[in-house]
Design a protein around this ligand. Structure first.
Ligand SMILES: NC(=O)c1ccc[n+]([C@@H]2O[C@H](COP(=O)([O-])OP(=O)(O)OC[C@H]3O[C@@H](n4cnc5c(N)ncnc54)[C@H](OP(=O)(O)O)[C@@H]3O)[C@@H](O)[C@H]2O)c1
Length: 331
């Protein structure tokens, strides 16, 4: 597996990362044994970067990762942890808390659950509108000095916030949605991070499964957050699945799967962009790893663009309340 620097300030990480969110209930029930087997298979394949959030299953995801990492040498992986999202016992979303005391307290609990002495990359999941980003990043920087965190990342923030954060402490990466059907970062965010030497860890590379080639209109099961995402609903899903069929024709002509061509497209956007793959089964992981072998030609890229032009997706990537909490979408 090729290693790449995670920005000027970050560690070397694998060219693909594994995002573990789907293993802790966000996409409906997941099989615990298969999740662990997927984590182990990812590490065996050379994936080093594992992404989680303390609110994924309210700690469940960190405990799962800790189990998979029990016998893995510490220098074989990097764990990226998001914090700040507040949830009640029923899983309802309550907002964000990224005050300095909350940063340090959340970190203490994550270290315990992960059974680690330090976290490789620590980041606020969202901008807390009540707390200047300088205070949040300043608190993480204190934890870097104390040895509990190695690097600082950001998530779903816009260009102005990125600049303010980077003025406090070096930022290694911005985690943000980026795919054939979510390309808004190309306008101002991507040029800004490139200027500052910050990498992108891209999530939703398959638009949460929508453009994986495996999604059907009725695939969402109980407890699956995708049932509330506009792109997966009503007339939007019909239009979006038509785009997937157009992409399937391009993929088939190239002898690869839809998921592989979608992941390869993101990989092809630059060595500073690391896709976080949301596989929670070994077969999906194997398919995703196959994308590393797909080298897209200018003709392939033109065919992909014709099949899925920028802005073609119907519906927003989040429900309205969540869209409103995205600093990255502020115009
Ligand atoms: N910073 C943020 O705000 C934020 C937000 C969301 C996610 N993330 C991070 O990014 C990670 C990935 O996010 P995502 O869920 O949006 O990823 P994704 O890769 O776009 O979608 C994952 C979904 O696609 C399905 N899928 C179908 N074929 C696949 C294949 N070949 N490889 C991988 N998945 C395939 C998955 O498995 P099934 O078929 O099993 O359903 C899963 O339901 C998360 O786990 C999390 O760590 C960050």
């Amino acid at each position: 597996m090729e290693l790449r620097p995670l920005g000027r300030a970050g560690p070397q990480v694998s060219a693909l990362g594994l995002g573990c969110m789907g293993m802790s209930g966000m996409y409906g029930p997941a099989d615990r044994a298969e999740s662990i087997a997927t984590l182990e298979a990812a590490l065996d394949a050379g994936i080093t970067l594992l992404d989680t959030g303390d609110f994924y299953g309210m700690g469940h995801n960190e405990l799962l990762i800790a189990e998979a990492l029990r016998r893995v040498p510490r220098d074989r992986f990097e764990v990226s942890v998001k914090f700040g999202a507040q949830r009640d016992p029923a899983g309802n979303w309550l907002g964000y808390d990224a005050r300095p005391a909350a940063v340090k307290s959340a970190l203490a609990y994550s270290l315990q659950r992960l059974r680690l002495d330090y976290i490789d990359i620590y980041r606020p999941a969202r901008l807390d509108p009540a707390v200047p980003i300088e205070e949040t990043v300043g608190a993480i920087a204190d934890m870097v000095k104390a040895g509990y965190v190695r690097h600082i990342g950001l998530s779903e923030v816009g260009a102005a916030t990125i600049r303010r954060a980077a003025a406090v402490h070096p930022i290694c990466d911005l985690q943000i949605e980026y795919s054939l059907v979510s390309r808004a970062i190309e306008d101002s965010i991507l040029p800004t991070v490139r200027e500052l030497g910050i990498a992108i860890t891209a999530y939703g590379v398959l638009s949460r499964g929508l453009i994986s080639g495996h999604w059907r209109k009725d695939s969402a099961r109980a407890g699956d957050i995708r049932a509330h995402i506009p792109r997966f609903r009503g007339e939007n899903i019909e239009r979006n699945l038509a785009l997937v069929e157009a992409l399937r024709a391009v993929a088939s002509a190239r002898g690869v799967s839809v998921a592989q061509i979608a992941i390869a497209w993101v990989i092809g956007q630059g060595a500073d962009i690391i896709p976080l793959i949301g596989a929670r089964r070994r077969d999906r992981l194997a398919e995703a790893l196959g994308a590393l072998e797909v080298k897209l030609t200018p003709e392939d890229l033109a065919a992909i663009e014709r099949a899925v032009p920028r802005g073609a997706a119907a519906g927003e990537r989040y429900a309205p309340a969540q869209m409103a909490s995205l600093d990255s979408e502020r115009r």
